[in-house]
Ligand binder design. Structure first.
Ligand code: VGL
Ligand code: ZN
Length: 192
């Protein structure tokens, strides 16, 4: 449909969403999530070489978090602060500098699917003059979707790195629907 040519610019940042053990091999494992690790690592290298900031979001829940089934929520217990399940996957490449870790869902009574919700992410991007964000990670139909949508609402040009996302697909087609909705809202799907 469209042919895009582009470069990584000084206005760009990479956002890697929730590449944590529980979402890859743990209590809320997303099918085939480990397959995108090398792809994400390549994007991390690309943005690192371009000296661009890289933001890693993480789900960082207290044990009594509202989203857990045992507390009346819909999800199995996952990404409890300071547990192995909440740690980033050991094969995920972390750059040496210009890296930021954004913890979300940290209050017992609020869930946060968006990396912007209740965090410093917007302020950190703004004070660095970032206008375009490149989003990858898991899950396409939850935290990637809401982080990308949040970015759109906050005025960023959002690119979804389509070869570096994986979805839960609780209902068949959820991830595809999430991507279509993002495109309708102005996001661009791209593979660099
Ligand atoms: C997520 C379910 C519950 C996600 C977080 O990172 O997409 N999904 N909490
Ligand atoms: Zn969560």
């Amino acid at each position: 449909m469209a042919r895009l040519e582009m470069a990584i610019t000084e206005r760009d940042a990479l956002i890697v969403v929730d590449m944590q053990n529980d979402f890859i091999t743990g209590t809320l494992a997303v099918k085939d999530a480990e397959k995108i690790i090398p792809v994400i690592n390549r994007y991390v290298s690309l943005f690192e070489e371009a000296q661009r900031p890289i933001f890693f979001t993480r789900d960082w829940h207290p044990q009594n978090h509202i989203s857990f089934k045992e507390n009346g929520g819909v999800w199995p217990t996952h990404c409890v602060q300071k547990t192995e399940g909440a740690s980033f996957h050991p094969e995920l490449k972390m750059p040496k500098d210009n890296l930021f870790i954004i913890s979300k869902g940290t209050s017992p009574d609020f869930d946060a699917y968006s990396g912007f919700q209740g965090t410093m992410l917007d302020a950190l991007l703004k004070e660095r003059g970032i206008k375009r964000i490149f989003v990858c990670g898991i899950a396409t139909d939850y935290c990637v979707f809401h982080t990308a949508l949040g970015g759109i609402h906050l005025g960023y040009q959002v690119f979804v790195l389509t070869d570096a996302v994986k979805g839960v697909d609780l209902n068949l087609g959820d991830s595809q629907k999430a991507l279509q909705k993002l495109y309708q809202m102005g996001a661009v799907g791209i593979e660099l």
